[in-house]
Each structure stands twice: as C-alpha cells, then as structure tokens.
Design a binder for this molecule. Sequence first.
Ligand SMILES: Cc1ncc(C[n+]2csc(CCOP(=O)(O)OP(=O)(O)O)c2C)c(N)n1
Length: 360
Amino acid sequence: MVQLLSPEGVRKDSPEYPIDLDAEQLRQALEHMVLARRLDVEGTNLQRHGELSLWPPLIGQEATQAGAILAIGPNDQVFPGYREQALGHWMGVSIADILATWRGSAICPWDTVATRFGAYPVMIGSGALHGVGYAMGIQRDGMTGHDDPSTDAAALLFHGDGGMSEGDVSESYVFAAANQAPIVFCCVNNQYAISERTTVSARTSLFRRAAGFGIHSVQVDGNDAIAMAAVLRDCLRRARNGEGPCFVEAWTYRMGAHTTTDDPTRYRSKEEEQAWAALDPIVRLRTHLLNEHLIDDDWLAALDERADAFGASVRAAIDDIPEPDLVAELGNVYVDPTPDIRREQQELADWLALDPEEAN
Ligand SMILES: Cc1ncc(C[n+]2csc(CCOP(=O)(O)OP(=O)(O)O)c2C)c(N)n1
C-alpha cells in the first residue's frame, strides 16, 4: 500500500510515486479537508432540520477528495459517486446545487461540462459505464497521447467497494481494458457497502481484482492526502498519455453513517471506529504541517474562523434553492414525452392548480 505520510504525520519517500508539493499546496489541502468536514456537519444538520431529504456523510474520506483535486488536469472529467460533494464544490459546483440534489428538488442542476463534474449515479455502478464511454469518446477525439497535459484529457471515476459487485462495473473494466481507454477508476474502499463489509463481497484485495482485467492497479492509503495526490497524478498522467486505464484502491473508512437513514452502531463496533479515528486524515496532515512549522496556532485559529463562515454560507445556501417545477421534471423522463407522460403532466398540473383545501 502506498503511504507517503504516516499516521503520526511523518513524511516518507516513495521512488515510484515522487511528489513535490509546496507549503501553500499542503496548507490548501488541509484547508480543503477541514472545510469538507464542515460541509458534512452542516449537511447532516440540515437533514435533521428537515431541509434535506437525505445526506451521505463524507467524514473520514476527505483525503481521497483533497488528493484528487491536486491531481486533476485542466481537461479531465470527473465522474463522482455520491460522497464527492467537497470535490464537486472545489471544481465549481455551487453549494446550493449540491444541497438541491439531497433536498430532492433537482437531479443534477449543475453544468457537468463547465464544472467537469458529472451527475451522481443513484444506480450503483452505472457511473462506471458512463465514465468508460466518455473516456472512449475523448480517445476517439484524439485527446490523448500528446504528452501535453494542457491538451490531453482523462476521465476520473469514483465508485465504492460495494459498487465492484455490480455487473456494470465489471463490464466497464472489460471495455476500458479492451480499448485502453483513458480512465482512472478510483475505488473508495471505505470498508462497507451500507452494512455489508467489503470482506464479504471481496475474497481478495480489490486492486488485485482489477489487475485480473489487465488494468494497472495500485492500493493507496486513502487517509493520506499526499499519497492520494501522488498516485492519482501518476495514474491520470498514464491515462492521458494513452497508456490505458488504471485502478486506484483508496484504503479508507466511512467514519459516519452510510446516510442519515443509517445507524452504523447496529453493524460495527466502537473499537473498530476508534481504531480508524486514530488514522484521521485531517489530524495526520495537521500534525505534519505543525511539526514542519508550515502552520502555527494562529493559522489554525484563522482556519477555524473561515470554517465557521463557510458553515454559515452552507446553511444560507438553502434559501438559494429554487422550488422545483414538478410538471417540467416529468418531461425529463424521455427525450420525447410519451402520451402517458403527457397525461400525467396534465393531471399533475390540474392537481397543483387546485385550491389546497380542495386538493386535500
Ligand atoms: C443498483 C443498485 N443496487 C442497490 C442500491 C442501494 N444502495 C445504495 S448505496 C449502496 C451501497 C454502496 O456501497 P459502496 O459502493 O461501497 O459505496 P459507499 O456507500 O460505501 O460509499 C447500495 C447497495 C442502489 N442504489 N443501486
């Protein structure tokens, strides 16, 4: 497993994955992770206040996203799972758009081309097919193999450990390998698919399984933002260069519940949670930066203030979510609405036009 920062915050070298991040980049990675965690706290609270229908916590997985933002090139397209909220925001998706998705008032309100951040795949595994299809498309458009990251492109696709049990994902690997498609699969192995442990669905390490498809695969400490950045950079470079697909297994832990409807105490122990808490990605980078005198207590106090201001802006963003047009939403089911859909749209429009007293 590639690790460049020990759980005690000590930097290690890896001849295979050299990476030189300056002090500002490291501070920014820490800030990103702290704000990601704040976004998660606010999202969970907003759900508890009834403002969101659901929220999938990202707590514990911040380093996978902070590493990715350091690795993505200007033309790369990200295909997220449904926990990459922080990465999406850093790429330009507004907080209101992210919250609208979890409020249930929009499906994908952001511009996936302008932000280069795709829609959330609600059907587990379906995103892998979209990602490979996109990668095969940019390959055919001649956007790989020029040894120039300013013009070359790759797809970076996130899926979970549970997602690897889906047929769609296996088919995606076959197509990616057969076509040598410019895609990096980032499998966030957070140890659980809802309440099911990875050890149940995978009798071998996930990165080994990908290797069986003929895909270059690496296992990386997913709580180490520096290692995540180094490995993803290398894999994306390979993909852009036309060297084929890569698979990165990010070894991490979902510290929160699966979603706000889940109670993890029913399927895992306090001891297990405590063991993983000791590997916290934020504490690890913070310790490193303090030890190297790249930050100090004043810097951390200022970061706390920025996090509070960010938290307030997340709460305020609820007011920026437009009311959905339900009739128009039904029209999004097919390219051309069928007679049944048109009838349902009319029925809904008539019902919405009723006096609330009558509707009840
Ligand atoms: C095709 C399909 N089957 C089942 C579900 C229900 N479901 C939602 S999340 C989830 C677990 C996914 O686990 P994993 O891929 O490991 O991602 P994680 O939640 O751990 O980030 C399941 C089974 C679904 N959304 N889609």
